[in-house]
Structure formats: structure tokens, C-alpha cells
Design a binder for this molecule. Sequence first.
Ligand code: BG6
Length: 513
Amino acid sequence: MNPTSFVLFGATGDLAKRKIYPALYHLYIHHQLPESFSVIGLGRKEFTDATFQAHVKQSLHDFYRMEVQEDDNLQAFVSLFGYNNLNIDRTEDFVRLKNRLEGWEQGIAGTASRLFYLSVAPNFFGVIASQIGQSGLDAITGWKRLVIEKPFGHDLASARELNSQLSQAFHEEEIYRIDHYLGKSMVQQLESLKEANPVIQALWTNKYIANVQITADETVGVEERAGYYDQAGAVRDMFQNHMLQLLMMLTIHAPHNMASAEDIRMRKKKILETLDPLYRQNVHERIVRGQYTAGQIQGKPVQGYAAEPGIAEGSMNDTFIAAKLHVDNYHWRGVPFYIRTGKRLKAKNTRIVIEFKVPLSSNVPLERTYVPNLLVIEIGPDEGITLQLNTKDPQSKGEFKPVRIDMFPDKAEAPEAYETLIHDALNGDSTFFVHWDEVELSWQWVQPVLEAFAANEVPLHPYAAGSHGPEAAAALLAEDGFHWWFDEPAEPVTELEVSDLGEEQPMKEASVV
Ligand code: BG6
């Protein structure tokens, strides 16, 4: 890897200490950083290099997922860090930064490269990108890359405006947009799950799949983010980005043997282009919005959204959204995709449930009921796969009963999203980043929803904190003859635990007749 400067704007902020420093440390101790590597932290605070290094060290103690030893390795790691005070409105601060980077680059062998990581509020993205351009920070012999985090605009027009500002200093292929859901280990494995399992691949079509449910339920409320969240709502905070990314990653049919980043980008774009368009006058038929009222979360009383500090009086903001979508292509035509996400729901989990069709055969007696087969992909906080099958129950006159096969790999094995994403950005692999086409097309799809919400053309359904969301979300599926699959299995089940995926499970020898 080229000698690289990691230039971090917002170096004293929350994301940096919780995610970025621990991720860099993980990459460092696993020898996954370039051999010549330096981090320049930037912020408004008056830090010296030494106070900044102490800050980084403390963040590792507080937030790295394993215990951090006070050893030479740790010292060597923090010595990679330096700090510059920077006010984004002052071009001279950018010039000072450029001089410092050049000083470091002159002392090392190889083609120097720069990664600019903007861990700051999105309204600063544009001005920072243009200051980078004006100060000449972007003039470099090696590569330069820009890393930014969602939100990428708050509607279609602002997203386009932001993109044109970024493109003053960076080409599209130099922009790495993070959606941390794409860094989640199960999301990264979706393609290989199909590739490695022909049985799943064979069933991955509208011939066998009845519906797909993509859900991200949260138990937290707005926390300290009322100012942002009251303007964003679930539709901007989760749906337009994380949820539509999950839909894309699930539905692309990538060729075998690891498709390239460009291939994945094209296929994701195609999915958004084939999404059944939504018109403002139809929003109420396919979208349910809700807002939580007071209730109980895990036995503790919590207040309603309207009473949360910082929420505007009479706010009609959505803390819950459910939607029905169709991907109109050869593989998925006719399969409804239901998406649901919200705050203050019963349990925290992000999962994809694939419900298979039940047999419709003249040989099946009418009174016999099947529970549909399900493939459940648990994305967080647990990661794993569950397959629900039916077996004959000898205790109830040969009726069928569902059993579940659970496969939950050891959690410590799974990398953190920021570890893989920062590693990929340093290596120029954009497979699990968001490309401009996806940003633009997803805002385009969501735009009528934003407009209908703003004009209050869609009812705002109250739901009690700690519930599964508003009744109307259940009705969205009921009208198609389905229901949401929550944690509770529909019937009592037997659990067949396969505890360690990494270890070969002994197989019983089949008796040959
Ligand atoms: C963020 C949203 O992008 O994702 C938060 O802004 C949300 O509101 C969070 O809580 C959920 O992420 P995760 O990884 O906990 O599912």
C-alpha cells in the first residue's frame, strides 16, 4: 500500500473516538495499515500532538472491543497521530495542513497518498471539499480519496447540490460514502451465502418466495439528537439509506466468483431503476408512518415522542415507517418486499425474513396447515441464520410442526463495520460503499413520500413505546394475506443448535438400503 496520510476532520468528535480510532487500532495490530502511515487529526479544540495522542489512547481503552494493553505496540500506534487546529472557514488553516502533510511526505519513500475522512456534520461537507480544492491539498502524486458518512442530503435537490460541491475537488471514484449497514458482516456475506449454497440459490426466485420482510427495529428513542431527528424522521434517518441498501444487497444477482465493485454498483443501480415507482397520491396505500406515545420498554416506563426534550410542539415527525415495494424484474416480479423500521419498538433487531410459498397441491388435505418455511438472516445485534422447516409431529396425529435450525457464529470472530470499511477505503475497494447513482435514485424514490408526509397527506399512526408499531403496519401485510414475523415463532419449535460454524460438524452416516 502507498504511504498514506489519514486526514481526519472532526477528530475530537464522538464518531472518531467510538469507532474510527478503535478501528484503526484493530487494523494496526493486525498489520493491515500501510507501512508508512500517519493520522492528522483536525478540529477546533486547541490540542497539542501529545494531548491528542492521550485522547486517542483513552478512546481505545473506552471503546475498543477487546482489552487494550499498555505496551510498546500501543505507544507505537499513538505516535502515528498528530493534531492541527483548524477552522474550516480559514483557508490559511488548510494551507498550514498542506505544509505539514508535505513535510511528512518528503521524509518517506514511495508515492504519497491522502485519505480525507470527514467525520463532521454534513452541512460542512461542501465547504471542506472546496477548501481542499482551493488550498491545493488535492494536488498529490498518489491517490486521494474522500470518506463521508450519511446523510447525503435531506432530499433529492439537496443531495444533488451536495454532490456538485464534492465534485469540485473529487471524482466520483474517489468518493467513499459510508452507510455503516454495508459494513455489517451478514450484509457482506449475502452474496456468498447464495454462492456457497446452491440450495439457497435455487430457491432465490419469485417461483418459491412468497414475500420478503426487511426490518430494523430499535428500542432507543431520539436520545440527544432531537434537533436532527425531528427534521429527519425514520424515512430519512433509516429508510432512504440503510433499508434501501439492504433491499439492494439482497436482490442483486451478482455473477459467481466475486463480482467487481463496479459490477455490484451497476446491479444495485438496476434494482433501484426497477423499483415499482411510487406517486404522491398513492403514498398512503403503500407507506405507513407512525409516532411513538408513552409506554414501556423492557419493563421500564418511557415517555412519548412529543414529550421528549427538544421536539417541536405538535411535531408530526415519523418515528416509524413501514412500506411495501416491488422489484419489477425477472427474478422478483410479484414478490412483495415489506420494509419496517422504527424507534421505541419492542426489541432491537435488524433482520431479513424470506418467507417461502406453501405447497398448493391437490394431494394436501385442506385441513392440514403448514407454517411457511422461513430463511431468517439476523444482521444485528445477533448475527446468524435460521431456517424454519416443517416436520411431522408424532404427538399430534401426524400434524406438521415447524422446527428451526439456528446457526450463530461466534461473535468475537465477526469484524466491526468500521474496521472493514476503513480497510476497504484505504485499499480502494468500493464494493461496500454507496455510489452516487444509489444516492440519487433512492432519494428519487423517496421524494413523493417526503412530500406527502410534509403535506400531511398520510395519517400519522400513534403506537405505544414497547409495541410492534402501529396496527396499520400489520394491515399493510394482512391485505396481501401475510403477517410480520417477529421474534416469537408462530408455533412451538424445536431448536437444533449448530453452535460453531467454523468447526466441521460430524455427519451421521446414511444407512444404505
Ligand atoms: C444510524 C441512525 O444511521 O443508525 C440511528 O442515524 C440509528 O438513528 C442507527 O439508531 C442504527 O444503527 P444500528 O447499527 O444500531 O442498527
